[in-house]
Design a protein around this ligand. Structure first.
Ligand code: ADP
Ligand code: ZN
Length: 756
């Protein structure tokens, strides 16, 4: 139902720039010559495999990578089954497989099962899920080569000792890269090149080496505390048991969780298997990679959106062949066709970025657990602020539980102070209240660093005209435009629309009448400059530090104490370890609590807990100031008391009472269209035909909170069901066979995380 027709899939394929990367010669034309048939799944939004004829002399097995014609293009694909899938198809219409890719091993059965299960769970087309696995189709071609050297045709008689070593090494006829020769013989690469120039060795080529092959399991092993040792031992025995398990590794930031799960990775590698570590994209920091390299003596293979295509191709091949041992990646790394995966780690398992919100809407944490189940190995979920879902699974005994009780080396948790903005308001047009300002001043005088945290980019979230009240709104979305003063622009944070800040009000043409309402990080920086002019400040926000290099630079500046006050959005919350940082000020703790999102409390708690954890990680103790208008709110109280478990319990009790996840199931239908009439008509139709059951409630259709987004009107249904309900089955019963008008888009979101 969510699938395109075959014809629509073709149109889609026309847009795929990477297609016809192959033009095979002499592809057989006639299907009648074919020896048999196979069913090939292509990476396009189609629900099932299509039949193709097997050309004479080609042997194909399930899992083989092939190229097939689809429409007027060639597509890569995977043999999903042998024999005819659809005997009714006119044999003259069946096209023939063009080529088999023999450079890579076939897609493992476990991986195919995984893709099928993901498609079924998320109610997506199998082809769309396969596309996530075939994200670098060039990887199917023989590997790229790099320059190398081998023995010369005639072996030179007398050589100086160093050169003789090189000649001896190469006498086996195996070509090697200059760096490998240099490493093996202890001579410089220049000598190798000199010998080649003198004809003493010959130029050759070898396949480019795949990343992360040789891992040193004992490189940077630490002396563990008893609690760490116990947890590491438990993980190790799960890995060697060759059985599925899911386990939560729980512990405050700095308790050594990373070091402990590195032991699970080591255990998998020790028995010849591969390991996958998933991180929220934003935490794939240089700091993490350095730690990995310290522990294992090599860099891991990296997998995320910024990795260049050539590197991705090598990693894909190395993973498929089983030669690349460890991948550290964002959620999409889950779809790499591992030859022999032995453990998957999901660090920061509670992080919302594990949910993919476009295309196939999957949750990487949950799919990692599924992957582990199919592959008979453990999934290790790691967090200092576990999600309610994971905690519920621990409570019922579905997931095992390991806890690290304290920060390593006895560093203390920071002191928490709640600033009640009703009692201690900031000055007019200011946002830093007196208690926080005093603490900042004191920290500055003591030469210690501070963070001001505000999860809002730009200068001000709303601009209005004081004369006529005009407000700047996005032309394509129901949102206000955010002023970015540094760029002189107004921007929409949902669709990217940007316009120059005009000189006069577009409604009343008054000049100089604009008022900025509310703060963004840029405005906080301005305030710090006014109030503490001697402080050196740095703004960390994704629109300002836009590349990994810029982030690295910023972090280095902070580490080298060149910055006194960091003003940042959530990118300051994650992962970083700044020993000189002793004060965290949360400018607006209530920001995330507005809006009534199901997980608003949980997310705010996680974020503020994480950002608080940046304070006092070194020798000196830390302090946290939380500015709020609602000091009695659950989240704020739990943060102030450093009582995570109490928070989780009240939150869980509330969810249970409301029948909300993890105590009930949710799914969303999101409908959008440029044509509001058609959209509303179709929504009414859907509501009318929805099957009724006692334990299933349908809310909606309702205007989505973002009722207008990127030029389209949006409506939502929310389906709430009991925990035992098979919600996908219900949705199929409701939606299978319905005809969605071509101007309306219908998307299904199972276990929705966002509700806008
Ligand atoms: P978490 O992942 O729980 O935040 P980490 O594994 O990052 O904790 O550990 C925090 C810091 O303490 C790191 O710098 C780490 O190298 C160090 N550390 C943890 N355990 C030990 C240990 N047993 N010996 C020495 N250093 C340790
Ligand atoms: Zn917009």
């Amino acid at each position: 139902m969510a699938s395109l027709s075959f014809k629509a899939a073709l149109v889609y394929l026309m847009d795929m720039s990477q297609s016809s990367f192959l033009s095979p010669e002499n592809a057989p034309e006639k299907a009648e010559n074919a020896a048999g048939r196979v069913q090939v799944m292509v990476p396009a939004p189609v629900p099932r495999a299509y039949d193709y004829a097997l050309p004479e002399g080609m042997d194909l097995a399930v899992g083989d990578y092939v190229s097939v014609p689809l429409g007027r293009r060639d597509m890569p694909g995977v043999v999903w089954a042998t024999g005819a899938g659809d005997p009714a198809v006119d044999p003259r219409k069946i096209k023939t497989v063009l080529q088999k890719f023999s450079a890579v091993p076939p897609m493992p059965e476990t991986h195919r099962q995984f893709l099928e299960r993901v498609a079924r769970y998320t109610m997506s087309d199998l082809g769309a899920v396969l596309k996530m696995s075939l994200s670098v189709p060039e990887a199917l071609l023989p590997p790229k080569t790099v320059p190398a050297y081998t023995r010369a045709a005639t072996v030179p008689q007398k050589l100086p000792p160093q050169r003789q070593k090189v000649a001896d090494l190469l006498s086996d006829g195996v070509p090697r890269r200059a760096v490998d020769i240099a490493r093996a013989t202890g001579c410089s690469a220049a000598i190798v090149r000199g010998m080649a120039a003198a004809g003493q060795i010959a130029a050759a080529s070898v396949a480019a080496p795949v990343p992360c092959r040789m891992v040193d399991l004992s490189a940077g092993k630490l002396d563990f505390s008893p609690a760490q040792r116990e947890a590491a031992e438990a993980l190790r025995s799960m890995v060697v048991a060759d059985r599925f398990a899911a386990v939560l590794l729980d512990g405050v930031t700095g308790s050594g969780k990373t070091e402990v799960y590195f032991e699970a990775v080591a255990a998998a590698l020790a028995v010849g298997k591969q390991a996958l570590i998933l991180l929220p994209e934003i935490s794939l920091s240089a700091q993490f990679l350095e730690r990995f390299a310290r522990r294992f003596g090599v860099s891991p293979a990296l997998w995320h959106s910024e990795v260049p295509a050539a590197q991705r191709r090598l990693t894909w091949q190395g993973v498929a062949e089983g030669r690349t041992k460890v991948v550290v990646g964002a959620r999409s790394a889950l779809f790499l066709p591992f030859a022999n995966l032995g453990v998957v780690v999901v660090d920061e398992e509670h992080d919302a970025s594990y949910k993919q919100e476009e295309g196939v809407m999957y949750h990487a944490r949950d799919m990692a657990v599924l992957r582990a189940r199919l592959g008979h190995f453990p999934a290790v979920l790691v967090s200092a602020t576990p999600s309610l879902e994971t905690m519920a699974n621990v409570k019922t005994g579905k997931y095992a539980y390991l806890r690290l009780p304290a920060r390593h080396g006895g560093a203390k948790l920071p002191d928490m102070h709640v600033v009640d903005l009703r009692r201690d308001p900031p000055a007019r047009q200011r946002f830093i209240a007196p208690p926080l300002l005093a603490a900042l001043k004191q920290n500055l005088e003591a030469g210690e660093q501070s963070i001001l945290f505000l999860n809002r980019r730009g200068y001000a979230p709303l601009t209005l005209c004081r004369t006529c009240g005009h407000r700047f709104q996005c032309p394509s979305c129901t949102t206000w435009l955010v002023e970015h003063r540094r760029y002189g622009r107004l921007q929409c944070h949902h669709c990217g629309h940007a316009q120059k800040m005009p000189a006069a009000c577009p409604a009343c043409h008054d000049e100089g009448s604009f008022a900025a309402c509310g703060p963004g990080v840029e405005r906080i920086q301005e305030e710090v400059h006014d109030l503490l002019p001697e402080a050196r400040t740095l703004v960390l926000a994704s629109d300002i530090v836009t590349s990994p290099n810029m982030i690295r630079d910023a972090i280095r500046q902070i580490e080298e104490q060149k910055v006194d006050i960091v003003i940042g959005t959530q990118i300051v919350a994650k992962g970083h370890h700044f020993p000189g940082l002793t004060l965290v000020g949360v400018v607006d703790a209530d920001l995330g609590l507005a809006g009534g999102d199901l997980r608003a409390g949980e997310r705010t708690f996680q974020l503020l807990h994480q950002v608080s954890g940046r304070a006092g990680r070194g020798e000196k103790p830390g302090r946290v100031y939380i500015q709020t208008f609602m000091p009695e709110q659950n989240v704020i109280r739990a943060l102030a008391a450093n009582d995570r478990d109490a928070f989780l319990e009240t939150e869980a009790a509330e969810r249970e009472r409301a029948g909300m996840p993890p105590f009930g199931k949710l799914a969303s239908l999101i409908l959008s269209s440029a044509d509001q009439m058609k959209l509303e008509e179709f929504c009414r139709h859907l509501a009318r035909i929805a099957p009724r059951y006692d334990d299933i409630r349908i809310l909606g259709p309702a205007e989505a909170p973002l009722a207008f987004l990127r030029g389209k009107h949006r409506r939502r249904f929310l389906i709430r069901a009991g925990r035992e309900v098979h919600i996908q089955k219900y949705l199929s019963e409701w939606l299978d066979g319905i005809k969605t008008p071509s101007s309306v888009q219908l998307r299904i979101d199972i276990d929705p995380q966002s509700f806008f």
